[in-house]
Design a protein around this ligand. Structure first.
Ligand SMILES: [Zn+2]
Length: 174
């Protein structure tokens, strides 16, 4: 049987064969595993990339949209406006996020170092230092926010019924 590559490079124009391969490719999408069945919105990465509550993926975590604003980037909501989840689940909870930020810092430093080396391998050492420092300082608000979001997502996963439960609870109290 001809391989997919042979079909792609046009070695065969057998329609039946092509449609067989198309069927095979679409069958690959029908996977019943946990990750393939999960929609993007249910994925923890959705919460991390969009700055959303780790439980309901709807409420915002940070008060301001301006990521690079020097006095606003670190302002967080106390709890989720949609599901009522308290972000700082215990005192000092976010100290742990510093380990995540540290890992991100190392990753950024390595990425800047490697890309600088690949662009110009004879770069002098202080240029590396300046570029890495510039990248770390410039991206500090991003590492701060992403660090906290990743840290929160370690402890909480998406709960589809979180908002409905919260609304039912609060409606009962009123
Ligand atoms: Zn929420």
């Amino acid at each position: 049987m001809d391989s997919i590559l042979e079909v792609l490079i046009g070695r065969t124009s057998n329609f039946q064969l092509e449609s067989n391969i198309v069927t095979k490719i679409t069958q690959l999408d029908i996977c019943s595993c946990y990750l393939c069945n999960m929609s993007w919105k249910e994925n923890r990465l959705y919460s991390i990339f969009n700055g959303k509550c780790p439980v309901c993926h709807e409420g915002k975590v940070f008060s301001h949209k301006q990521v690079f604003h020097p006095s606003k980037f670190d302002k967080m909501e106390e709890k989720c406006s949609e599901c009522g989840h308290k972000y700082e689940i215990e005192t000092g909870f976010f100290y742990g996020a510093m380990y995540v930020s540290y890992a991100l810092t190392v990753a950024i430093s390595v990425a800047v170092f490697v890309s600088t080396y690949l662009i110009y391998s004879e770069t002098v050492y202080w240029v590396y230092i300046l570029l890495i420092l510039g990248a770390l300082i410039g991206l500090a608000p991003v590492t701060f926010r992403v660090g906290r979001l990743i840290w929160m997502n370690f402890f909480h996963g998406h709960k589809p019924d979180a908002i409905a439960n919260y609304k039912a609870k609060t409606d009962g109290k009123v």
